[in-house]
Write a new protein. Structure first.
Length: 181
């Protein structure tokens, strides 16, 4: 009789524990599913924030360029065009000296052309030196330059090509769109 009572008592205790475990499993399954859903949403949100940050990093390229070009223009010089240069398709095998000259991972900024007129060669030279002195502009080269005259006035038409460069972080202050945790 004692063994029957003890076995029945253990069975009742085990059934209660089993019932509690099944309830916990059911309750935690929905919680685990919810956590999985939240993790997936968090990953999606993080990827969208990453896209926004990458766009945010590049959004001031052209305003910086126009600001720097505007500062560099000397007296008696006026610009007629500022345009992006379409990048050519990459060449399959780059020459060895080109690959050695540029460190790996260096971001290339957009190339652009400037067309304009100036009263003298000295003003054009000053303009080019001022552009090169900018922390945002590199590789300023004179593409064309020709003496022209209109209504008896002589001036120089020129075309320059240059490249935007991401400056040292001490030159720009950027604030993130969303605070980083």
């Amino acid at each position: 009789g004692f063994m029957y009572w003890q076995t029945d008592s253990e069975r009742s205790e085990l059934e209660a524990r089993l019932e509690k475990a099944v309830d916990d499993s059911t309750r935690f399954a929905s919680t685990i599913k919810l956590v999985g859903t939240l993790d997936a949403r968090q990953d999606t949100i993080q990827s969208k924030i990453g896209v926004i940050r990458s766009v945010d990093e590049r959004r001031y390229v052209w305003p910086h360029l126009m600001d720097e070009v505007g500062r560099a223009v000397p007296p008696y010089t006026w610009l007629t065009k500022l345009a992006a240069v379409e990048e050519e398709a990459p060449v399959a095998a780059a020459p060895a000296d080109t690959a050695a000259a540029k460190p790996a991972g260096t971001p290339e900024g957009p190339r652009f052309t400037l067309e304009g007129n100036t009263g003298s060669t000295q003003a054009l030279t000053r303009f080019m030196k001022s552009l090169e002195a900018s922390p945002f502009i590199r590789d300023v080269t004179l593409v064309t330059s020709e003496q022209t005259s209109t209504e008896g006035r002589s001036y120089q038409k020129f075309t320059l090509e240059a490249r935007y460069e991401v400056p040292d972080s001490s030159f720009i202050e950027t604030l993130p769109v969303v605070p980083v945790r």
